[in-house]
Design a protein around this ligand. Structure first.
Ligand SMILES: NC(=O)c1ccc[n+]([C@@H]2O[C@H](COP(=O)([O-])OP(=O)(O)OC[C@H]3O[C@@H](n4cnc5c(N)ncnc54)[C@H](OP(=O)(O)O)[C@@H]3O)[C@@H](O)[C@H]2O)c1
Length: 268
């Protein structure tokens, strides 16, 4: 199974690095293509995979092709690729908002998997949602899943609407967590903690809470009740959040990202 990654930026490189460690592939089967001379020079120095600067030297021999360029580069890329693709190849897109139909029409291929990764893939803790065109077989989908899982976990979704929805939860989600962290950091600094101590207080709090949450099936609501006692400090904080409608505002924010993902897909 020869696999090609097109676009070795944040996401493409993360996936290439993940896949390089997979038992399913070995270095000989992993190819990376990028059009930026700087990126190519850096990749050659790293020497983790075979790097190509011409599509004609790598695309025709690939069985599976991951596309990780920015969505606004896809039209030019598809134009360049079109004469070199074949119908047996499986195309896996990491591009936000680019629909399966657009990829099929742009490249003249049938087998397409559309996915939505997220940034923690960089530390092997990503979550990728994915869905496929009807021409992708179960076995092929399983192979794709194995490769997606090299950057964390993946969930199969039944159609592209759920890809846009997962953009609102997991794709954009790390930024919501950073938003919450930033607010708590600012509060800690205001209370007089040093920058370093504020960072430790906040990061350990997040990490510890997530670890507790992952330990069993208890809901966040149950955990909140375990921390908060009647008339206590946590209750004061949670009441303040409820009074300010924070939960509803966070849900609205997730829907804003979902709606924007749908809108971006319609623009393209
Ligand atoms: N970053 C995230 O958290 C995230 C999350 C979910 C989804 N995604 C999706 O992942 C995709 C990649 O995002 P990214 O942040 O990794 O982008 P990025 O860092 O800009 O990487 C894209 C790479 O592709 C290269 N490139 C552009 N056009 C090309 C072409 N025609 N042929 C070969 N290489 C080409 C770029 O070179 P130049 O720099 O010279 O243009 C760059 O090195 C996007 O479609 C995005 O929607 C990203």
């Amino acid at each position: 199974m020869k696999t090609l990654v097109i676009g070795a930026g944040n996401m493409g490189l993360t996936y290439a690095e993940g896949m390089a460690k997979s038992a399913m592939l070995n270095r000989r089967n992993l190819m990376v293509f990028d059009k930026s001379a700087d990126v190519i020079a850096r990749l050659r120095e790293m020497d983790h995979f075979d790097v190509y600067e011409k599509l004609e030297d790598c695309l025709p021999q690939a069985d599976m092709v991951f596309i990780a360029v920015k969505p606004y580069h896809c039209d030019d890329l598809f134009e360049e690729m079109r004469s070199m693709v074949n119908e047996e190849q499986i195309y896996v897109s990491l591009m936000a908002g680019v629909t399966i139909a657009k990829i099929q029409a742009g490249l003249g291929v049938k087998k397409v998997v559309r996915s939505m990764p997220n940034l923690p893939a960089q530390v092997g803790k990503g979550v990728t949602s994915y869905t496929e065109s009807k021409e992708v077989s179960r076995v092929e989908l399983l192979m794709v899943r194995n490769l997606l899982d090299t950057t964390g976990e993946s969930i199969h979704v039944k159609n592209e609407n759920y890809i846009d929805a997962s953009t609102g939860i997991s794709g954009s989600g790390p930024a919501y967590v950073f938003y919450f962290m930033q607010s708590m950091l600012e509060a800690a600094l205001k209370m007089g903690f040093s920058k370093n101590d504020s960072r430790v207080l906040v990061s350990q709090t997040f990490e510890g809470a997530v670890e507790l949450f992952n330990r069993n099936d208890l809901s966040p609501d149950t955990w909140m009740e375990r921390v908060a006692s009647k008339g206590g400090t946590t209750r004061a904080a949670l009441d303040s959040m409820d009074d300010n409608n924070v939960k509803e505002l966070i849900k609205d924010a997730a829907y804003a990202a979902f709606d924007r993902a749908v809108e971006l897909g319609e623009d393209k």
